[in-house]
Write a new protein. Sequence first.
Length: 121
Amino acid sequence: MADFDHSEMSSSEERTWSIIVHAAAFAGVVVPFGMILGPLVVWIIKKPESALVDRHGRAALNFQISMLIYFIGAVVLVFVAIGLLLLIVLGIFWFLMVLVATIRVADGRDPGYVLSIEFLK
């Protein structure tokens, strides 16, 4: 694994990029798989410059990948009638969690994602 120099950003810039990495998930509203691609692009570009952005990028991606898995499961369940309701609930849950995480990060706290599977450690 590469040894990154995490000392190039000021704390203000780190917080700003940490907010952006979480908010970038809203790209999923307009771009297919944007909920993963948005945070992934920001994380890949900025993780070498900041340990904080690296940590937040991994948290955002773990949540987005988890939600994609849950959405796929709900789509499968559409054929059993409960899936449509589950898709609606998951969509609202996703939107609120990304919004809350972005606000929490702006306040200098951890994002606090619920139901996030830790794929990236």
